[in-house]
Write a protein that binds this ligand. Structure first.
Ligand code: ADP
Ligand code: MG
Length: 551
């Protein structure tokens, strides 16, 4: 036996443990999901290593869960990759799990309840301390000559390490010394089977509780669609995302050309926080012939489709492909461009078949989706899918597509007008839009800085030019009749003209360098004055950049 050494947890671990131990979180059973998911990761690593060394794993890959009612312990054993001493210290002693660090930060902020945070993030290994007084991790790495090592901690301030002399196969055994009030629940085999079924049914390796094999291993995405029930999709979705609700939508496809793959993708009901730390939590799981190559691969779908969750499995990539070379792999790019088209076509069909349902999608994910203006290859599809509030909408909830705008446009009109403002009320009163209101010309209302980027980069839609109402050449509107009878302003007398000229000079004097120029305009009918950007001077872009930066 090696010497026993004591090590302090890193500060952030202690902080998280403190939070977990005192949490009133009721759904404590998720600790088992976390331990099984780690065991599964460790088994995937062995399989991956064996594939790249083109061999077979020597020890049967499996996860075993045994309980001892008298000793009040629960043991989870895997035949996975194991950990060396260094890895143990690095992985279980500091915070490895990016979600965990995020959770600790948000918990500290205290804006969101701990319950919803734990449910949303999953807390990794440390969640075991919600049910444990003490935990022992005994592990041996697959590395040749690696020594078995034991890690023990009560989850307070430090942990102990000890090298073991015994010779054991590679893998990890985690013994959980259950808290008094958790013992009966988590030593009950029937209950354990239920928990495994609920959270870990789709794990890719056999899981045994006692003597019984519990999960049915099934690559759902490779099954024929007609054989899959909606409940199975929902179950798989929850397994994949930890979401407690059913998915909003499911997209299951098989593609044979130009590259073979199966994909099972989901759109969640809620958008989450795509711009914050949630950004890391995106990507599709990539499998090659049922072997997991990379979780949450970031190259298959662009960021604006980050709300899509799911898996892709292909026959066409070599199993021993390294994660580094995936990025510039040409097949990957083909899979990616096909996937993007599929998602966009799917959304397009939803929009055409059921506008209300599409509006639901848009309200949950539209803000992120708008970043798709950068996807020039799919510009037309993207243009079909964006939505804006409009002067023609009944209220600020109303959504209009460019195509709908066009059906309402005047016969001679060749422009789609838009205006950016803080709210529907503000735009409804804006002097810039007076002439549009007078003539009954629809204006799309933009409330977010990104909306202007969308317009700037699309430039046109179906032969109609996208034009900022603020910068529009209003003489183009002369051809359109006013809705009400207009009192055409009479020509000014010389006297009036000179008074007006004096007034303009006076205003310029008072405002000084605050304005570039003060001039008379025929644009206004009800408002006395309005501010305009000098042509070609895109000050509102500056404005929007400042807004983005100050967010
Ligand atoms: P995550 O799984 O997100 O990385 P965890 O807190 O669940 O975060 O686990 C931390 C790390 O500990 C894992 O990344 C892994 O390196 C290591 N680990 C945990 N359990 C095992 C296990 N059963 N076998 C091998 N390594 C493990
Ligand atoms: Mg984990």
């Amino acid at each position: 036996m090696g010497r026993k050494t004591t090590h302090k947890f890193k500060a952030e671990v202690s902080q998280l443990l403190e939070i977990l131990v005192h949490s009133l979180y009721t759904n404590k059973e998720i600790f088992l999901r976390e331990l099984i998911s780690n065991a599964s990761d460790a088994l995937e690593k062995v399989r991956f290593k064996a594939q790249s060394d083109s061999g077979e794993p020597e020890i049967a890959p499996e996860i075993r869960i045994t309980a001892d009612e008298d000793a009040k312990t629960l043991t989870i054993t895997d035949t996975g990759i194991g950990m060396t001493r260094d890895e143990l210290m690095r992985n279980i002693g500091t915070i490895a799990h990016s979600g965990t660090a995020e959770l600790a930060r948000l918990a500290e902020e205290g804006k969101e309840s701990l319950d919803s945070l734990i449910g949303r993030f999953g807390v990794g290994f440390y969640s075991v301390y919600m049910v444990a007084d003490e935990v022992t991790v005994t592990t041996r790495s697959i590395e040749p000559d690696a020594k078995a090592i034991a890690w023990t901690s009560d989850g307070r301030t430090d942990y102990k390490l000890q090298e073991l002399d015994e010779d054991r196969p590679h893998g990890t055994e985690i013994t959980v010394f259950l808290k008094e009030d958790m013992a009966s629940q988590f030593t009950n085999e029937a209950h354990l089977k239920h928990v495994v079924n609920t959270h870990s049914n789709f794990i890719n390796f056999p899981i045994f509780v006692g003597e019984d094999r519990v999960n049915t291993i099934q690559a759902l995405w490779r099954e024929p669609k007609f054989q899959i029930k909606p409940e199975q999709y929902a179950e798989f979705y929850k397994f994949l995302t930890f979401d407690s609700e059913d998915p909003f939508d499911t997209l299951h496809t098989t593609v044979d050309a130009p590259v073979q793959f199966n994909a099972l993708m989901f759109i969640p009901n809620e958008g989450g926080d795509p711009f914050g730390m949630g950004r890391e939590n995106r990507g599709l799981d990539l499998y090659v012939r049922r072997v997991l190559i990379e979780k949450q691969n970031k190259d298959l779908l662009p960021e604006y489709l980050a709300f899509v969750k799911g898996v892709v499995d292909t026959e066409d990539l070599p199993l021993n492909i390294s994660r580094e070379t995936l990025q510039d792999n040409i097949l990957m790019r083909k899979i990616s461009s096909t996937l993007v088209k599929q998602v966009l076509n799917h959304l397009d069909k939803m929009a055409k078949d059921n506008a209300d349902r599409y509006a639901e999608f848009w309200n949950a994910h539209g803000e992120l989706f708008k970043a798709g203006y950068m996807d020039f290859l799919n510009k037309d599809k993207f243009g079909n899918l964006v939505r804006f509030n409009s002067s023609a909408s009944e209220d600020d909830k109303g959504l209009s597509s460019f195509a709908e705008y066009i059906t309402r446009a005047k016969e001679e009109q060749k422009e789609i007008y838009y205006a950016y403002g803080p709210s529907r009320e503000a735009l409804g009163l804006s002097p810039h839009l007076e002439v549009f209101r007078k003539k009954g010309i629809e204006v799309l209302y933009l409330y977010e800085p990104i909306d202007e980027f969308v317009m700037d980069s699309l430039r046109d839609f179906d032969g109609y030019t996208l034009v900022s109402a603020e910068h529009a050449d209003v003489s183009k509107l002369d051809q359109f009749e006013s809705l009400e009878k207009e009192d055409k302003p009479e020509a000014l007398s010389d006297d009036q003209q000179s008074t007006l000229d004096k007034l303009l000079v006076r205003i310029k004097d008072v405002l000084g360098d605050g304005v570039t120029e003060v001039k008379a305009s025929t644009r206004l009918s009800d408002s006395p004055v309005c501010l305009a950007n000098p042509d070609g001077n895109v000050t509102s872009s500056m404005d929007k950049i400042m807004r983005v930066m100050s967010k």
